[in-house]
Design a protein around this ligand. Structure first.
Ligand code: CXF
Ligand code: ZN
Length: 372
């Protein structure tokens, strides 16, 4: 049976978002029907809406959904009707990266998350008149909708007392920043760490660096107010990113630079600065997404003689079913003060939420359909 619901759709690539009626197609065996209560806005949504990352006219984006399961398909075993769920990225659950605990590197990651279709090529949503398929199943969820069909790999069951709107961003932004530090880089106690770009991902990296006991945490950003928050959350130094950032980092961490770094802006010039600011045997993770096909140029002899590492990091290399509950536990222990990053918006105020996300006024905007 098909169901009509409301979704926030991108009218055309580069055009605005609009609240519209859409129809859900019948649920498949590997899906759950979820009533969305809240969804974070991630820059990947905005990049897919403006064409930097794959999208399409009429797309229903959103990949930090949180809600309640209304119905499950016959192949869904991890959740049941009435469960609260946080939604994360989709993966095939059977390739080598998936079966070895690294689903963010699923061979089918791009198709499943940016393909705009279910794994079988069908669409989970159609236009309100029931005719045209919509670019949906974004990250297995298309969470900018009141109701949506979610692939089972995107579902993470959470306890009934979970604050859905507070924890919605765990499904992407927070797990990405925290996972870069805890999983990809494995930042060590007493080490030095630089974080380039302190939006919600970078701030999550800062909080994780503090958790690991890094002795120096350098935040780099263009906006002083963001550096202030980074310092409240654990950064020991803040650098405005307009000057010679590499030189400033070397002064703080002489003679060559930092042990670890995370790049969250996706700006290729900043990525090069991050690599330049790494110290001997320094390890830097690329997290920000500049768009498919982007390239950087590396000073090979510098890289070689200092023994640097430059590593990609998708979704914090996290296993959402384990990492998301761990992040909730860290929050309960006061070690992940997410309240500091999040601004809540009623879904009807989506234009302001998107604008505030673009300008950086909101570190992490969360759209709420419900009061939970
Ligand atoms: C994305 C960045 C682009 C590649 C897939 C993962 N991360 C967060 O939205
Ligand atoms: Zn994201």
């Amino acid at each position: 049976m098909s169901r009509t619901t409301t979704a926030l759709a991108v009218t055309e690539i580069g055009g605005p978002f609009e609240l519209r009626e859409v129809q859900l197609n019948p649920i498949q065996p590997d899906e759950a029907l979820v009533e969305i209560h809240a969804a974070g806005i991630c820059h990947t949504d905005l990049s897919s809406a403006n064409g930097t990352l794959p999208g399409a006219p009429g797309a229903v984006l959103g990949h930090e959904g949180a809600g309640v399961v209304l119905e499950v398909g016959s192949a869904v075993t991890s959740v049941a009707k009435g469960d609260k769920v946080l939604l994360s990225f989709s993966h095939c659950e059977s390739c080598a990266p998936c079966t070895s605990g690294h689903p963010a590197y699923c061979y089918a990651f791009n198709d499943r998350n940016f393909g705009g279709k279910r794994p079988d090529g069908s669409s989970s949503m159609v236009k309100a008149d029931g005719t045209t398929p919509i670019f949906s199943s974004f990250f297995g969820q298309s969470a900018f909708a009141r109701h949506t069909l979610v692939h089972k790999s995107s579902l993470v069951k959470v306890p009934p007392e979970t604050n859905l709107s507070l924890f919605a961003p765990l499904g992407c932004g927070v797990q990405t920043g925290a996972g870069a530090v805890l999983n990809t880089l494995n930042v060590t106690e007493g080490s030095t760490l630089a974080v380039f770009g302190v939006g919600s991902v970078g701030l999550s990296a800062v909080m994780a660096g503090k958790l690991r006991g890094a002795k120096t945490i350098i935040a780099v950003d263009l906006q002083p107010s963001r550096l202030e928050l980074a310092k409240r959350l654990g950064a020991t130094h803040g650098i405005i990113g307009t000057g010679d950032v590499v030189e400033e980092i070397r002064k703080i961490c002489p003679p060559v630079g930092v042990d670890f770094a995370v790049e969250c802006t996706g700006n290729t010039k900043v990525i090069v600065s991050m690599i330049d600011a790494l110290g001997t045997r320094g390890r830097g993770a690329t997290v920000g997404a500049p768009g498919f096909g982007s390239r950087i140029s590396v000073d090979v002899m510098n890289h070689l003689t200092y023994g640097k590492e430059y590593v990609g990091c998708c979704e914090g290399d996290s296993l959402p079913s384990k990492f998301i509950p761990y992040l909730i536990q860290l929050h309960a222990e006061g070690k992940l003060p997410l309240e500091e990053l999040i601004t809540f918006y009623d879904v009807k105020d989506y234009e302001k939420a998107i604008e505030d996300s673009k300008t950086g006024r909101a570190f992490k905007a969360v759209l709420k359909w419900e009061s939970t």
